[in-house]
Write a protein that binds this ligand. Structure first.
Ligand code: ADP
Length: 331
C-alpha cells in the first residue's frame, strides 16, 4: 500500500494582461516538490519545510488544501506535508499555488480518491488553499499548476448546480512561445497580494472594459485555431488598460522595463500575476511572418537595464509553457 507520494508542480503566471483572475499559464521555470505521507489520526496535519513559508497548516496553502479535501471525503488519518520550495514566494510566480496544486494531487493519489476528485473538484480545493496566502480563494494560478499550459477559469458559473465545480478549460500553447521573466530583487510585504488588490480601480471606463474584453477573447480565439495557433497574434493581444496602469506604480522602473522589452522585440510585456515580476512574451518562430528571429537573451538584458534605471537589480528567467505537474515518487 502506498504510504507516501511526491509531486512536482510548476510555477505560473496569472492574468496575462486582460485576463485578470481568469487566465493563467504554467511556466517551465521553477517547480515545488511536495511529499504527502500518511500518518495516524493523532498526528493531525503537519507541515515540514526548511523554506521561509508558514508552517501552521491553516496559514500554508498546502495545509488548507489537505484539510479541505480530507474533510470533504471524511478521511480521519493524519498527514505530513513536506514542502521543498523552488518557486520564489511573493514575486508573482504563483508560488503558494504550486504548493497547493502539488498537495491536492498528492492527497488524491495517497487516499486513492482520484476518481472522486474530478478535475474541477481538485481545482476547487486547490483554489480554496489560496486563502492562506491571498485571504480569498482564487483559481487562476492553481489551475495552471494543476493542468499545465494555458488555462481559463470561471468561478462565476457552477455547472450541474455543484457549488464546488469551477469551470475550467486548458489550452495547448504554441511550441515556439517563450517567456522572459524579470524578477526584481526588492523585498515584498507578506500581504503583497492584498496590497496589490487594494490599488485596483473600483470604477472603470466602459471603453476600457471593451478593449480588455476584445484582447482577452482574441487570445482565446488564437489558441482555438484548428491549425497551429499563432503565438505572435496571441502575444499581441496581451494588453491590459485596466489593472496594469494601476498596479505598475508598485513596481519601480516598470515603464522602462516594458519599453525596453518591446524595443528588443518582445510581442508583449506585462506584470506577472500581482507582481512585482515583469513578464515578456515572444513567439520565436511565428508561422506566416517574415519577422527577423528575436533573441530572448537580448530581451532579458533589455529588461534588466530597465530595472537598473530604477536602481533595482533583477534575475532573468527564460522559459516555455509547462505541461503541468507530475507524480515523481510513490513509496
Ligand atoms: P505569489 O503568487 O506572488 O508567489 P502568493 O500570493 O503565493 O504570491 O503569496 C506568497 C505568500 O503566501 C508568502 O508570503 C507566504 O507567506 C504565503 N504562503 C502560504 N503558503 C505558502 C506556500 N506553500 N508556499 C509559498 N508561500 C506560501
Amino acid at each position: 500500500m502506498v504510504k507516501s507520494v511526491t509531486v512536482r508542480a510548476p510555477c505560473s503566471t496569472a492574468n496575462l494582461g486582460p485576463g485578470f483572475d481568469v487566465f493563467g499559464m504554467a511556466l517551465d521555470a521553477f517547480y515545488d516538490e511536495v511529499t504527502v505521507t500518511k500518518k495516524p489520526k493523532s498526528f493531525g496535519i503537519k507541515i515540514v519545510s526548511s523554506d521561509d513559508i508558514p508552517l501552521d497548516p491553516k496559514k500554508n496553502t498546502a495545509g488548507l488544501v489537505a484539510e479541505s479535501m480530507m474533510k470533504e471525503q471524511g478521511i480521519s488519518d493524519g498527514v505530513e506535508i513536506s514542502i521543498k520550495k523552488n518557486v520564489p514566494a511573493g514575486y508573482g510566480m504563483g508560488s503558494s499555488a504550486a504548493s497547493a496544486a502539488a498537495c491536492a494531487i498528492g492527497i488524491a493519489e495517497l487516499f486513492q480518491y482520484t476518481k472522486h476528485f474530478e478535475e474541477e473538484g481538485m481545482l476547487y480545493h486547490a483554489g480554496y488553499g489560496e486563502k492562506a496566502s491571498a485571504g480569498t480563494a482564487h483559481y487562476d494560478n492553481v489551475a495552471a499548476s494543476l493542468f499545465g499550459g494555458f488555462v481559463v477559469v470561471n468561478p462565476y458559473v457552477h455547472l450541474y448546480h455543484n457549488p464546488n465545480g469551477i469551470t475550467v478549460r486548458s489550452f495547448p500553447v504554441p511550441n515556439s512561445l517563450r517567456m522572459v521573466v524579470a524578477i526584481p530583487k526588492i523585498s515584498v510585504p507578506k500581504q503583497k497580494t492584498k496590497a496589490s488588490r487594494s490599488v485596483i480601480p473600483k470604477n472603470v471606463k466602459f471603453s476600457d472594459v471593451v478593449q480588455n474584453l476584445a484582447c482577452a477573447t482574441q487570445m482565446i480565439a488564437e489558441l482555438s485555431q484548428r491549425k497551429e495557433a499563432n503565438g505572435l497574434r496571441f502575444g499581441a493581444n496581451i494588453l491590459d488598460v485596466i489593472v496594469e496602469p494601476a498596479r505598475k506604480k508598485l513596481i519601480p522602473g516598470f515603464d522602462k522595463v516594458k519599453k525596453n522589452a518591446l524595443d528588443a522585440g518582445a510581442d508583449a510585456c506585462t506584470i506577472s500575476g500581482a507582481g512585482p515580476s515583469v513578464i515578456a512574451f515572444l513567439d520565436e518562430h511565428p508561422n506566416g511572418s517574415d519577422r527577423e528571429p528575436v533573441n530572448t537573451k537580448r530581451i532579458g538584458e533589455a529588461m534588466k537595464k530597465g530595472f537598473k534605471s530604477a536602481k533595482v537589480d533583477c534575475d532573468i528567467v527564460i522559459c516555455k509553457p509547462s505541461k503541468g505537474p507530475k507524480i515523481i515518487r510513490r513509496k
